[in-house]
Design a protein around this ligand. Sequence first.
Ligand SMILES: [Zn+2]
Length: 413
Amino acid sequence: MYAHIHTSLSLLRGEAQDVPEIEWMLKTMAPFARHIEPEHRLKGAALGVLEALRSGTTCFGEVGSDMAPLAERVFAPSGVRARLASTINEIGPGSRPDPHKPYIFFPDIGERKLKQSIEFVERWDGAADGRITCMLAPHAADMMSKELLLRVKEEAEERGLLMHMHVAQGGREAIQMRLRYGTTTVRFLDEIGFLDDGLLAAHCHQASDEEVALLAARGVRYVSCPSSIGIIDGITPPLALYLASGGRSAALGSDQASGNNCHNMLMEMKVAALLNKTRHRNPTVLPAWKTLRIATIEGATAIGLGDQIGSLEPGKKADLIILNLKAPHMTPIISRPVKNIAPNIVYSARGDEVEAAIIDGKVVMKEGRVLTMDEEQVIAEAQRAAEIITSRAAEEFMAAGSLLTEAVKKGLL
Ligand SMILES: [Zn+2]
């Protein structure tokens, strides 16, 4: 299960990477993102869901702007389970002219997005026989006022919803928090009483070791996206540290294709284990069995669904995948003296072993084919939409002048 994912950005796969973090959002993502139309988001989301489902993901913690069309046209009909949230922020056109000056907030935008988020929850929480559930998603502490953050928390508590937020997500945010409040994101959130087990915090790679311990001590739930943050920031986010600090609710996410480049949990687990082992120079960190648990039952618990999914037990929903283990890279499978199935799944599987997926008791993938989506059509439409976006954005992208544009000019990309 992917607890933090933006499938709707899948059309930007491979278009914004290998640049300094400060350039990533504003100089490489933004020129394309400006040309993503509502219909393109749907094509991207369908592509992301198809990709993730084929490689074993049955549950999606999708966050993004205006989630209703995605719920209606992608998540509900594809048969997957999803915990969705529309992002709330006060960012509008012209909000971020200079990353070294405070962003300009538009309170009317914040009001509209909060209202839209609540309407979304009222319409979709528990929909599709309970497959679709909702959270509230304050975007990030640097993208909205303190007042709006606290209002969202109040709404979440009143409605018994979890909040899903990007927290301490890198240098851009750190600069903003210092400029606006003279402190760090985690310290600021703690001061305003925001840190508790109602919060699912994504990323946290900018947090100091002490701040990670604080998040764990406050009971904050944590979703780590090691591939994405490794590629965007060159940092291993603190998953093992959070667990070692007593953190009880951890999950994995893929974030987005313009970072991670893919939505493939069977590869993500290996990256998570490997990066955390090397970060701590300790091979005992994140053993395979633990990583597999984080990708399944512990991840489900982190997003508040642990009593329904994440393990096969009487009374739980039937969400499961079936892997074909008869492949050279998955052989041998042995059970004595030690079961090697968890290490083989975490360290060897690559996604194409997934033969079938059952979600909410219904077969959504069989013999390697997704039954609920027209795979060829999803891929063809995504390709077409991406070509439209990139052709419209080409000039702006080159004019933005990033490390990527230099590589393009040299003929390297
Ligand atoms: Zn994100």
